[in-house]
Design a protein around this ligand. Structure first.
Ligand code: FAD
Ligand code: NAP
Length: 534
């Protein structure tokens, strides 16, 4: 008797039950298709399930970082804070799963290991850790920031204390009371968690390789007047956001630092520092574009760091020397202030790298005796979840090999040689350089409309043309080259992962991207090939 599990058949297999996968399932069901989500976690939520570290919250206001596809959902859901914390966002995602009756379409605790295109039947054969599936389409909603980066520190495996990683934080409450805690990394996750861990820990050692710019969130309870005003014109409010380069409410999207009186600029930057959070970066249109204007904004934040941090040596180590925004800008609650606490110590890894981790200690400039080690070391961003699966397309093409010298995709939605495969917020789309939830909805709507169009026009198989894909990535890079993004080492260009191809992947500019997406559809999916005959 065969031990092979019976293959389950669907029109579409979706991988991932985060914000993207859930909405994709709903849309496909509305189209009358059979679809299933495969999710390796034991629950929905994606990012908001995995990242439960203290202080985890969105850094785009919740009134904007929320679904817009259902008017009654966006009217009825009330966020308690301007920037909601992880438990509330997870509650919201669970609410959406229940409200739209999505749970029976999700297989939890199953990891997709392999997906192979069967050219004879034009279908995908998908192997998971528990079962086999076959479907006409496969949609990867596997997330841009879902594969943790765990650096290979010498001796890490010998550590016997409490070992935590922000991106796979346990579901049980973690206590740091009376403990000597070390945290490695100073990106957004660390910047959010450090102030709260410092309040509990006996001693907190922050191991920093590269300092980051961070803007105060000025978070607080939801301003009810603001909420009312937005909800009264929610669809108009969302439309306005689509006009902003990063898809968020603009502060002053068009003024240029280079053309504004410097005193006025400083006054405006002060106002933005107090209120804008992430929007600080878009506060003037030339901050992302012009190195000199960028420097004005960067210097403003550098001065803030030296004003806030009492010890000049610590302030100096915390001060970045690259373009503001070159690495993803952070948003915090009391981050720089935390370094004025007596129990918080900053270690500069640029001068003294970590040499050894032992059973209860860590060696850098000296030996630190520790009880807890927290890795806040980021992700194999944008491509890690896809190259981690054995994806095989036409003629045995392997995605991992095809992307060895840098990921290529057409529109961030389709990949040459991989028919009937879509990615949500894939490389080459605004994704991580936008408010991600609207970008997710945009892609899910586009994919669903495309499948509907194929069915209406009797098309069986879609794939990106190689030329369209190549041209698209040239455009992505041409646009990036006009900005300050390309000359800083960041996870936007793969620099955080050893051996990863260094390629800048996000498309910069939500409005232009949206226009181009619409144009592709208007021209009957220009750049895609249907029912290719070999
Ligand atoms: P994810 O939420 O990452 O979900 C992908 C799912 O796929 C996961 O559940 C994963 O387990 C599953 N999966 C992956 N591979 C497999 C496999 N092989 N088999 C089975 N399942 C698999 N964006 C913003 O715009 N604003 C913010 O404020 C913001 N804050 C963030 C805070 C943190 C801590 C992080 C890490 C990211 C943040 N982001 C933010 C980005 C965030 O990732 C997106 O906004 C959004 O949540 C992504 O949703 P998703 O469904 O595309 O992917
Ligand atoms: P990250 O920004 O990539 O930060 C990782 C940190 O770890 C960096 O400081 C990095 O230093 C350091 N690091 C990595 N490998 C190291 C090594 N071998 N030795 C020493 N240090 C090392 O990751 P993240 O903080 O998890 O954030 C990732 C993204 O998720 C963010 O940029 C953002 O898009 C999203 N996010 C958002 C929020 C929010 O506020 N809503 C919160 C968390 C995350 P280098 O810079 O030198 O590489």
């Amino acid at each position: 008797m065969s031990h092979e599990k019976q293959t389950q058949e669907f029109d579409v297999v979706i991988v991932g039950a985060g914000l993207a996968g859930l909405y994709q399932l709903l849309k496909l069901r509305q189209l009358g298709l059979t679809a299933v989500i495969i999710e390796k976690a034991d629950q929905v939520g994606g990012t908001w399930h995995w990242n439960r570290y203290p202080g985890a919250r969105c850094d785009i206001p919740s009134l904007e970082y929320s679904y817009q596809f259902d008017e009654s959902l966006q009217q009825e859901w009330n966020w308690s804070e301007k920037y909601s914390a992880q438990p509330e966002i997870l509650e919201y995602i669970n609410h959406v799963a229940d409200r739209f009756e999505l749970r029976d379409g999700i297989k939890f605790n199953e990891e997709v290991i392999k997906a192979e295109f069967d050219e004879v039947n034009s279908s995908w054969k998908i192997k998971t850790s528990a079962s086999n599936y076959e479907s006409r389409f496969v949609i990867f909603a596997t997330g841009c920031l879902s594969v943790p980066n765990k650096p290979d520190f010498e001796g890490l495996e010998n550590f016997e204390g409490q070992l935590l990683q922000t991106s796979t934080w346990p579901q049980e409450e973690q206590s740091f009371s009376g403990k000597r805690v070390a945290i490695i990394g100073t990106g957004s996750s660390a910047i959010q968690s450090i102030p709260l861990i410092a309040e509990q820990a006996d001693q907190l050692y922050v191991f920093q390789r590269t300092p980051n710019y961070s803007i105060p969130s000025n978070n607080g309870p939801m301003d009810k007047e603001r909420e009312k005003e937005v909800k009264e014109r929610y669809s108009e409010f969302r439309k306005d956001n689509w006009q902003n380069g990063f898809g968020i409410a603009a502060i002053s999207d068009e003024s240029l630092i280079s053309e504004t009186d410097i005193n006025e600029v400083h006054q405006q930057l002060e106002e933005n520092w107090e209120s804008a959070g992430l929007g600080f970066f878009g506060g003037y249109a030339d901050i992302p574009l012009d190195a000199n204007s960028n420097d004005v904004a960067a210097n403003f934040v550098r001065n803030k760091i030296s004003e806030i941090v009492d010890d000049p040596d610590t302030a100096k180590i915390l001060t970045p020397d690259y373009h503001i925004g070159g690495k993803r800008l952070c948003v915090d609650t009391g981050y720089f202030e935390t370094f004025n606490r007596e129990n918080v110590h900053l270690i500069n890894l640029k001068e003294n790298p970590i040499t050894q981790i032992s059973s209860l200690s860590l060696d850098a400039d000296k030996t630190y005796e520790i009880d807890t080690l927290i890795l806040a070391t980021g992700f194999d961003a944008m491509t890690g979840a896809l190259t981690g699966i054995d994806i095989i397309g036409r003629d045995g093409a392997k995605l991992k090999d095809q992307w060895e010298n840098g990921a290529k995709s057409y529109l961030g939605l389709g990949i040459a040689n991989f028919p009937n495969l879509f990615t949500v917020t894939g490389p080459g789309s605004p994704s991580v350089l936008s408010n991600m939830l609207p970008s997710i909805e945009q892609h899910v709507n586009w994919i669903t409309d495309c499948i509907e169009w194929m069915n209406a026009n009797d098309k069986k198989v879609i794939e990106s043309s190689k030329t369209a894909e190549d041209n698209w990535m040239v455009l992505v890079n041409e646009i990036a080259d006009m900005t300050i993004f390309t000359d800083t080492k960041s996870w936007y260009n793969g620099s955080n992962i050893e051996d990863k191809a260094k390629a800048f992947l996000p498309f910069i500019g939500v409005p232009v991207y949206t226009e181009m997406l619409e144009q592709v559809v208007a021209e009957d999916y220009k750049g895609f090939i249907f029912d290719r005959v070999n």
